[in-house]
Design a protein around this ligand. Structure first.
Ligand SMILES: Nc1ncnc2c1ncn2[C@@H]1O[C@H](COP(=O)(O)OP(=O)(O)OP(=O)(O)O)[C@@H](O)[C@H]1O
Length: 768
């Protein structure tokens, strides 16, 4: 601003003011320079500046001794002189021109921005978003990047290959092919799409391929984005483009990008599901993933011959099985049978880590699924499919769940079903158990109405090797139930872990409690399982001694076991099978109806059973395939003759079927020889039994000595004999109670074919 004070003064104040006309200046300033401050706050600032200037000028004028107006004139003249100096004038010209140019540039930028906003539609696709995948896949497929002049070239397998056998010579297909991708630099590509020009660029460096490994720290282009500009005023062109890219992505079934950080950074568009190893749903899912061979893009294999890795025993035992490597990320397309829609699912199978205390147990094994969907129904569909598949497949096998040493369901083994007809049992034991169990499972409503807990217990007792476990196995197959096997002799299982194990079982299943007599201190842990005499004593309920030499075999107490059998969690259609070799050891409370409703005795092989075992072992005219060198075909008449002779040679109810099978196995190609050598085998058996009995007796003696403080040095033969005589009544036919049992009438035992339905308890037929 050029201030011609004189002129102003002249106009407003008339003649020049005399020296010291300070008031005139004041008036001048207030009249013409000061701006109405009420209008705008910036003017207040300006007014303040002018006031200060005015004061300064006034002071200078007074100090110079000149009248104010003369001072101003000389000051202005000085300034004019400077301003008219050629170099200063040149400087002013530059400033002026620069100002014009800069202003012009800014105006042009504004116009460009305006035009861009007006005529270009822009969109940004963040790198870690699905939309990015759609667009990049679409552009890649249409070779949009090739319009660019700068590329990144990577060597890859164009498509994921299913497993192939290695070729003898390396062909061109064995090597990866080059894939052109957009360079990581911020280069933009211009292309035409459906008549519209578009340009695409990236905001940050990073891998651009849709399937890039996001795990490589810093190389995933995290935080970057794809910028798309559509040169049109129409927004719907962008909508169309995005929709087309999305459809193309879905329809080409392209593998989605691997999701690495779903756990840490949950996404709104991804569902995750976790299947814990100890839960049945884990088995469903594993079965589904294995059986359908859904994981077709696996490139990371776990190669195994292990039985437990062979799926469900469908293939030959020596087949090499390729499983996805543990912890590797696989993706598969799940087609929902309900909607018909497909959803990508990422699966990671964690095997867990092996427990240091129990090598058979894996800690933390699980299946982790990530569904590329936000629809929970898809997950429900998947679980239903897995369950259905599992159950369908389950009809040809029996699944047995085993515990670890520290009391958790740790392992699942599958066995092929055993046909009930392969069991050689007297009369209709098998059918009776099966019918009873079927009726029980079908009468849940009746139980509820009658207020009776919906559970049923079966106690199978008798000598080892008589078919107790085999019966349970066959029944489980018939009923289509899974077996949850708990051995009470497992040292890691106590009352607490047993209760937890039981509560972790599903509603409909078979709970198998083996060695139930281990649940409390046995009267004698040296029972000779093979000892016929002892077995008979068991039947008579006679006790061979009152001493428990060894501590109990199980950490489970009787009350703990009773609690578990009575617990609320065991009321949901659960069938409990318990087995024991010594029913006489069991507490009456344990086997009372309500806990063990059906009691079945398994005896040693009768003559009739022995004959049937023989017939089954040597099928007439029908050599068994795959049995090595099959025995020469024999006529059914000869077979019947041999079977009868063999059965007659073996004393009835003396040997278990397992023992007889063991002998026949040594003669599996020679039925006639089996009959001839039967006598020798019996003698061997007798010797073996006596040797075994003697060895056990000696061992028992040693243990007693040790427990009673006898050492070889302090051994006193007489004192020892007195003790042995006192505590070893089993070697004597007379019991310690003083009752002579040698001539006593054996307690009336039902025939093996008779089933004891728990005395006064409900029977299967009662429940009809
Ligand atoms: N009654 C039977 N019919 C057919 N096979 C039998 C029979 N009893 C035993 N076996 C055979 O003997 C073997 C052992 O049978 P199993 O395990 O069922 O006996 P167990 O009574 O449960 O013995 P343990 O009391 O020792 O558990 C199996 O291979 C089975 O095939």
């Amino acid at each position: 601003m050029v201030l011609d004070v004189d002129d102003l003064y002249r106009r407003d104040t008339g003649p020049i003011a005399p020296v010291g006309g300070i008031r005139q200046y004041r008036r001048l300033m207030s009249t013409h320079f000061l701006l109405p401050s009420t209008i705008h706050p910036q003017r207040v600032v300006m007014n303040s500046f002018l006031k200060r200037l005015y004061r300064l000028v006034t002071r200078l004028a007074l100090a110079s001794g000149q009248p104010g107006i003369h001072f101003l004139r000389s000051a202005i003249a000085f300034l004019r002189r400077i301003a008219t100096h050629p170099q200063v004038a040149e400087l002013f010209r530059f400033i002026f021109l620069g100002t014009i140019v800069e202003t012009g540039r800014q105006i042009a930028a504004k116009i460009a921005e305006f035009v861009t906003d007006f005529f270009v539609v822009k969109a940004e696709f963040p790198v870690r978003d699905f939309s990015y995948d759609w667009v990049v896949h679409y552009l890649e497929h249409h070779r949009i990047w090739n319009e660019s002049r700068s590329f990144k070239i990577v060597a890859r397998n164009a498509t994921s290959r299913p497993f192939q056998l290695p070729k003898k010579t390396i062909g061109s297909t064995d090597h990866p092919v080059p894939i052109y991708e957009a360079a990581t630099a911020q280069s933009s590509s211009l292309f035409r799409w459906r008549g519209y020009w578009m340009s695409v660029s990236k905001t940050t460096a990073g891998l651009t391929h849709y399937d890039s490994d996001g795990s490589g720290g810093g190389t995933s282009g995290e935080g970057g984005a794809l910028i798309l500009a559509v040169y049109t005023r129409r927004r719907d062109v962008l909508d169309e483009f995005v929709a087309a890219a999305r459809d193309f992505y879905i329809n080409t079934g392209v593998l989605p990008r691997k999701q690495y950080n779903v756990k840490m950074e949950p996404s709104d568009s991804l569902l995750t599901a976790y299947f814990e190893h100890s839960d049945l749903t884990h088995d469903w899912m594993l079965e589904y993933l294995r059986s359908f061979d859904v994981l077709t893009d696996v490139m990371d294999y776990h190669v195994s011959l292990k039985q437990s890795h062979l799926g469900w025993g469908t293939g030959p035992r020596d087949a090499v099985r390729f499983l996805p490597a543990p912890d590797s990320m696989q993706r598969f397309l799940f087609k929902s049978p309900r909607t018909g829609g497909s959803t990508w699912i990422q699966v990671v199978i964690h095997t867990g880590v092996e427990s240091w205390s129990d090598s058979s147990r894996m800690i933390g094994g699980s299946i982790y699924l990530t569904l590329h969907s936000s629809d929970k129904e898809v997950l429900v569909d998947l679980i239903n499919c897995a369950k259905q598949r599992y159950l369908e497949h389950g009809t040809s096998r029996v699944i047995v769940h085993l515990t670890s040493n520290n009391g958790q369901w740790a392992k699942t083994v599958t066995k092929s079903r055993r046909d009930l007809s392969t069991l050689i049992l007297p009369s209709d034991i098998k059918e009776t158990i099966l019918t009873d169990a079927q009726e029980f499972l079908a009468s849940e409503k009746w139980y509820n109405m009658a207020g009776i807990p919906h559970r049923r217990g079966y106690l199978l007792y008798g000598a080892p090797g008589t078919g107790k476990s085999s019966t349970i196995h066959a029944i489980a197959g018939e009923l289509g139930l899974e077996i949850y096997y708990v051995s009470l002799a497992n040292p890691g299982i106590d009352d607490y872990t047993l209760a937890r194990l039981i509560s972790d079982t599903p509603a409909r299943c078979i709970l198998l409690l083996e060695d139930i007599d281990c649940a409390f201190p046995s009267r004698d842990n040296f029972d000779d399982d093979e000892d016929e005499e002892n077995q008979k004593k068991d039947h008579h309920g006679a006790r061979r001694g009152g001493y428990s030499i060894m501590p109990p075999k199980s950490a489970v107490t009787l009350s703990g076991l009773l609690n578990v059998l009575d617990s609320v969690s065991s009321e949901e259609g659960r069938i409990t099978f318990a087995t024991t070799n010594h029913i006489a050891n069991l507490d009456a409370a344990l086997i009372r109806p309500g806990r063990m409703d059906v009691k079945i005795k398994y005896g040693l092989a009768t003559t009739e059973q022995i004959e049937r075992v023989f017939t089954v072992f040597f099928p007439a005219l029908n050599p068994v395939e795959g049995s090595g060198a099959p025995h020469p075909p024999i006529s059914s008449t000869d077979l019947a003759k041999y079977a009868a002779e063999f059965a007659a040679a073996i004393p009835t109810e003396t040997y278990s079927i397992a023992q007889i099978q063991g002998y026949l196995l040594t003669k599996k190609h020679d039925p006639a020889g089996a009959v001839q050598s039967a006598g020798d085998w019996l003698i061997d058996q007798q010797r073996e039994r006596e040797a075994l009995r003697e060895a056990k007796k000696q061992w028992r003696d040693e243990m007693m000595r040790w427990q009673l403080g006898f050492t070889p040095a302090s051994r006193d033969a007489e004192a020892w004999q007195a003790i042995v005589g006192e505590i070893e009544p089993a070697t004597n036919p007379t019991s310690t109670d003083g009752v002579d049992l040698s001539n006593a009438e054996p307690r009336k035992e039902e025939d093996i074919t008779d089933i004891l339905f728990g005395g006064s308890g409900t029977t299967a037929t009662d429940l009809g």
